[in-house]
Structure formats: C-alpha cells, structure tokens
Write a protein that binds this ligand. Sequence first.
Ligand code: GAL
Length: 340
Amino acid sequence: MKKIYFLLLAFTVFWGFAGFAQKQTAIYPKEVWPDSDGNHIQAHGGGIIKIKKTYYWYGEQRRQGLDSNYRYVSCYASKDLINWEFKGDAFKSTKPDTAIKGHRWVLERPKVYYNSKTKKYVMYMHLDGGIRGSKNPYAYDFARVGVAISDKPTGPFNYVKSFRPLGKESRDIGQFIDDDGSAYLIFESRPDKGFYIASLSEDYLNVEKEVAFIKSPLEGGAIVHYENKYYAVGSALTGWNPNPNKVATAPSLSGPWSEFVDIAPAETKTYGSQSTMFVKVVGKKATTVIFLGDVWKPRTQWDSRYLWMPVEIGEGKLWLPEPKPWTIDVKSGRWNYLNK
Ligand code: GAL
C-alpha cells in the first residue's frame, strides 16, 4: 500500500513539474525561447496577427534536419504572447518558380493577413535567389513577393503566385495593419533606395496602391500607429549583421515623414538585433507597443534568437530600452520588468 502511495506521489510531483517547466511567465530577450513542447521557437523574420483572442506567429522555420529541397513557414499560437504552441509548418514548398536558378533560393519574412471579406488567410513572403545571368550563387536577384492562401490560420497554405509589387524589385517585406483594419505591405526596393508602403487589393492577393515611398536605404521595415502618429523603423542594409536601427514619424501613413533617428544607443547596434515588426497590445488599462527584432546567427540559423521589448513611445519619440526579462498581461495591456 505504501508503495502505491509513494508511486502516486512521485507521479503527481513529476507531472506537476513537467507542466510547470513548460509554462513560461516572462519573455527573455535574446535567450532560447521554448515553445509549449520545450523546443526553441522557430519563427524568424516573422509576423503576428491576432484572431479573436489568439495571436498567431508565422516565421521562417529553420530547425535542424529540414529537407533542403523545401522552404518552410512555421505557425505558433498564443493567448498571452509568452507561451506559444507550435501548430506545425503552415506552408512548405519546393522552389515555386523556375525563373529562380539553382538551389540557393530563399523564402524569408513571411507575413499573414486575414481577409474578413473572403474569409481567407493570405500569406506574403519574400522569394529570392539567382536568376539567369546572376554572377553570385548567393544572389538576391529574383526580388519578388510570393503569395499563398489558406482557409485556416494554421494552414495548409497553397501557393498562388509571385510578383513584383507595383512592378518594383522587392526584398525585405513588412506587414502593417492600421487601427481601422486596413492592410499594408512594406517592401524595400534597392534600385529606388528606399521602402514603399502599399495598400493591398480587396482580396489581399495583390498590392494595389503606393501610399508612401520613404527614401532611405532601410530594410526590415516595421510600422506602428500610436496615438496621432505613425512610426516607421528600419535597419541599414548590412545583411545578417546588426546595425543601429532608426525611426521616422509622420502624422499620416502617406507622410510627410521626418528624418530618421536612432532607436537605441548606436554602439549597441540595436542590442544586436534587427527590426521585424511591432505588436500593439491595446488592453483595458494600457497600450503597450512591442518591438520584435531578430537576433540572427547566420551560421547556426536554427539558434537565431528574438529580441522583444516594449518601447517607450509617444509624441514622436520611440526608444528601445535595454533588453531585460519582462512580462505582460494582454488583458490589461500592462507590462513589467521581471525583476523590479
Ligand atoms: C537581411 C535581411 C534578412 C536576410 C538577410 C540575408 O538584411 O533582413 O531577411 O535577407 O539580410 O543576408
């Protein structure tokens, strides 16, 4: 009898612990971020949308052991922005366009929009690689966006097409959904030395209209609308290496856009991260704007980290504080450092 009690006790303690170990209470910038299965989250260069009370995080799936013929987009779900459940690879594709030559093609920075009219989830992705005549085997000459579509947030997404938004070369893409629900694609265009903000067509399968062109050679474009201003953040064109990211502001999306200024002490190179997007949490008590950055590890991509930090924002100023563990309550919208 004693033995049974002991086993029962051991079992309860074990499960208690296992459950406890998987439940996260804070966000640790730049650390390994375990999902609910205990694996480091693989959603690099990602995008987040909120559907009812659930956040979906899509990103570049870069776990070890993937089939090198494919590129993958992962999907994670969360109700609190801290604990994320892996929902599988929402999109998986072999090279989608024969115009891309060779094996070194890339699918980067996927973003998903929900279209309430068509009830479809529409994924945008940066597709790139060498094309006929490219000299460099690692060339990013294709410079197009790809579009895939699904009935469900978790996929499977089916590939539709690729194109050059507004007929322009397009590399890093960003996603912006305004408070009124209107959806925009941000894309960097090297020949024009700047980035475009473009509205999506009614079905979201196309880019419709140029809303603004910000002439500054920046990528990793991220926008947030806070109080009566728009804030656009971008990173310099230094590939995987971090640089001092900068912000400009405007009274409306179409501008006029201010000069760019640093968002963090320049010497920290954005604390080793690169801008990807903003998430604005509008709670019952407060609104928190979170900067989502990638901390790339080019040689061990699966170990690339995330730098998520609430920013100091308002009256045309945006500042990324020094990263430290923090926590948020999405209901109230309030955040705190873990160790006060
Ligand atoms: C970065 C870009 C990444 C990836 C990388 C490749 O600047 O933001 O998404 O394209 O360059 O070097």
